[in-house]
Write a protein that binds this ligand. Structure first.
Ligand SMILES: Nc1ncnc2c1ncn2[C@@H]1O[C@H](COP(=O)(O)OP(=O)(O)OP(=O)(O)O)[C@@H](O)[C@H]1O
Ligand SMILES: [Mg+2]
Length: 450
């Protein structure tokens, strides 16, 4: 291989380093830029086999294979540079190879750093997406009724134990609130709190959400795989809401995770250690489901180490009274107008059965407040279903006979007084007409505080 003089002149003028070798890998030429970048002198390398002077050089393999290599990073001693290598082909025959070396400038270093940072950011972003902060603490849980104070005190104690917790209770009783509060009061409070609703995913999807998967684990699996919620919750708490909806197959896998304290991503081989506390919640009767073979008994005992049952609202009447004040306050604040409720309407609310519990009460008050013209809630402003139940309650409510007699007597006295008048003479005549003594009439009026 011969390199013309004028080609040499051009190559010598280049800023990039150039090395040319023949088909046997013997170096035929380097330009001054090559020396500048690599610190190799012309006489030390030219006419010598590249493999001897530059161990690890990849140009010989390019010459052999005919395949170019682009952007290869190279580090010799303290010197770092990037090399593009290509075969030199003449009439279809490989007659040598050329290396072009570029110094790694600051720009390259920066872009390399940027690439690394971007990939870190992407990973962090994926992590952040799953991490929901636990928004509520025990101070957000209203409890004035003795029974609910007991529940809250129990939950505060349980929060410190680090055991798994099962929260049961009807819909809208505040189970989610408790899950948040337990995490926030536990020594995992600075770790992640990851909530997932088992009812919103079908079995396979839920499994991949919980445990993650490796790339290519199934058709439609994302490139690079996906991290599971158990991994995301590491060091913190995972809240498995509506656990009663979880399919049996997945229950078995969950049990395994709780026993082994490791997970394996779908399609993965590696066992990943996890340190996660499970708080589960359900409005279903799991004991009943166990009898019907719809829920695994062994899983039940794993999660129900500490069961908390949040009572239905109707069983804690003192709370209802307090909730009414509390919600009316926040409604007044929102509407920028003081909103009140009359005692009769409040009574109806206190005696209603509240199948939707606290959530229903909150909604009912908001509805009623919007129905009023004067920000005073009366019976007719309450949701129809509550009014209807109240009428039924009244119809079916039996009063003691004594009370019935007393009310009938008073009604009759009132009628008589309205006919004869309220003065002494009127009372005399009324007593005579009613067939009782004046003293008895006074007595009965006193009892009814006329
Ligand atoms: N003790 C409480 N103090 C204050 N707010 C409460 C309390 N209990 C419930 N709430 C409120 O009632 C609503 C329903 O509560 P939450 O979502 O926790 O119920 P849940 O038991 O998880 O219901 P579901 O079974 O339907 O998921 C929420 O707006 C919540 O803030
Ligand atoms: Mg809930």
């Amino acid at each position: 291989m011969k390199i013309d003089n004028w080609v040499k002149v051009i190559l010598d003028a280049l800023y990039d380093g150039v090395l040319i070798a023949d088909d046997k890998g013997i170096v035929k030429y380097i330009n001054p830029a090559y020396t500048r970048i690599t610190k190799v002198e012309f006489e030390d390398i030219v006419d010598k086999p590249l493999s001897e002077t530059r161990p690890g050089a990849r140009l010989p393999s390019v010459i052999e294979s005919g395949k170019q290599i682009l952007g290869a990073p190279r580090k010799v001693g303290d010197v770092e540079y990037i090399v593009n290598m290509a075969p030199i082909i003449e009439s279809g025959k490989i007659i040598g190879g050329i290396s072009i070396a570029n110094e790694i400038g600051d720009l390259y270093k920066l872009s390399e750093e940027l690439r690394k940072s971007n990939s870190t950011i992407k990973k962090l972003e994926e992590r952040m997406k799953g991490i929901e902060k636990a928004r509520y603490s025990f101070k957000d849980i209203i409890s004035v009724d003795k029974k609910s104070i007991d529940t809250k005190n129990l939950a505060v104690k349980i929060a410190n134990t680090d055991s798994n917790v099962l929260i049961t209770g009807e819909s809208g009783t505040g189970k989610e609130l408790y899950a948040h509060a337990i995490h926030n009061a536990s020594n995992r409070q600075n770790g992640p709190f990851i909530a997932i609703n088992s009812a919103t995913f079908d079995g396979n999807l839920l499994e991949s959400e919980l445990f993650g998967y490796e790339e290519g684990a199934f058709t439609g699996a994302k490139k690079g795989g996906k991290i599971g919620l158990f991994e995301l919750a590491n060091g913190g708490t995972i809240f498995l809401d509506e656990i009663g909806e979880m399919q049996l197959g997945l229950q078995a896998k969950l049990l395994r995770v709780l026993q082994e304290k490791t997970i394996r991503r779908i399609g993965g081989l590696e066992e990943i250690d996890i340190d996660v506390r499970v708080i589960a919640a359900t409005n279903r009767n799991l004991e009943q489901m166990i009898k019907e073979n719809k829920f695994r008994e062994d899983l039940f005992y794993r999660i129900a180490i500490f069961p908390i049952n949040v009572l239905p609202l109707k069983e804690r009447k003192e709370d209802i009274r307090h909730f009414i004040d509390f919600f009316l306050n926040s409604i007044s604040y929102k509407m920028k107008r003081a909103t009140n409720i009359c005692p009769e309407a409040e009574d109806i609310l206190i005696n209603y059965s509240w199948p939707g519990n606290v959530r229903e009460l909150k909604n009912a008050l908001e509805f009623a407040a919007n129905m009023t013209d004067d920000f005073n809630i009366r019976e007719e402003h309450l949701p129809k279903i509550i009014q209807i139940q109240s009428v039924k309650n009244n119809l079916t409510k039996l009063k003691p006979m004594e009370e019935v007699v007393r009310q009938a007597e008073l009604a009759e006295i009132e009628k008589a007084l309205s006919i004869y008048g309220h003065d002494v003479e009127g009372k005399n005549k009324a007593a005579e007409a009613l067939g009782i003594s004046l003293a008895t009439l006074y007595n009965k009026m006193k009892q009814a505080s006329f």
